[in-house]
Design a protein around this ligand. Structure first.
Ligand code: 13P
Length: 254
């Protein structure tokens, strides 16, 4: 059975003081039992990671954390970039790869995304590989093929053992930050197709092991119906993860 995962992608929000406050409030709002049942992770900006690490380690909080991006390179002359080794050294266990905002604003293609997935695995980080279609593709009805292609591209060259270390997040671009949530059936359609694709390209055991998240306007009010879908194993939560009480409520969905 796949343990549910709720990951809060803070995007470019919260300074380190606000980050500390949010993590403390989140931990105080969830019991140990809840944090054991549902894996709870925050994905702050790089500049907050040291603060989050201090809060989590200092009070032995059962909250995981990770970065929102990493360099495909190990080290060197890459001004402004952050390596997987740096994230691992700060105690990160996750890193988002190929978020639609990175694909759109930083021109990341499947080749770059694939190199970043490999860099994450090299450093012992769990990549959260994002796939998802824009509104034009959704309207053409080719969203399943589009997401399968992004999945294939992001996972190219990985062994089944490596793919089992990856989390996939389906985030339809038209549902991000728009308040337009995909219906639970929309989420299930693509999350189910992602699992089928993994079974076809790799094997059933791998497909059954990989967690597939849904992201796009997840809120406390809609999380239960989304999580009720058989192939949805968690959420990648943007805006609603910036409010400790709302994110705690999302993590308490069962
Ligand atoms: P929202 O939850 O704000 O729609 O963002 C979703 C997202 O992009 C998470 O990575």
């Amino acid at each position: 059975t796949r343990r549910p995962l709720m990951a809060g992608n803070w995007k470019m929000n919260l300074n380190h003081l606000e980050a500390n406050l949010l993590v403390q409030k989140l931990a105080a709002s969830l019991t140990e039992k809840q944090l054991t049942e549902v894996e709870t992770v925050v994905l702050p900006p790089f500049t907050d990671l040291r603060t989050v690490q201090t809060a989590v380690d200092g009070d032995k909080l059962l909250i995981g954390y990770g970065g929102q991006d990493l360099s495909p390179h190990a080290a060197g002359a890459y001004t402004g970039d952050i390596s997987g080794a740096m994230l691992a050294k700060l105690g990160c266990t996750y890193v988002v790869v190929g978020h639609s905002e990175r694909r759109a604003y930083h021109h990341e293609d499947d080749g770059v995304v694939n190199a970043k997935v490999k860099a994450a695995l090299t450093h012992g980080l769990t990549p959260i590989l994002c796939v998802g279609e824009g509104l034009d593709i959704r309207e053409q009805g080719t969203h399943v093929a589009h997401c399968s292609d992004q999945l294939d591209g992001g996972l190219a060259g990985l062994t089944p053992e490596q793919v089992r270390q990856v989390v996939i997040a389906y985030e339809p671009v038209w549902a991000i930050g728009t308040g337009k949530t995909a219906t639970p059936e929309d989420a299930q359609e693509v999350c189910g197709a992602v699992r089928q694709r993994l079974a076809k390209r790799l094997d059933q055991e791998t497909a059954d092991a990989v967690r597939v998240l849904y992201g796009g306007s997840v809120k406390a009010s809609n999380v239960a119906s989304i999580m009720a879908q058989p192939d949805v194993d968690g959420g990648l939560v943007g805006g609603a993860s910036l409010d400790a009480e709302e994110f705690a409520q999302i993590c308490r969905f069962p």
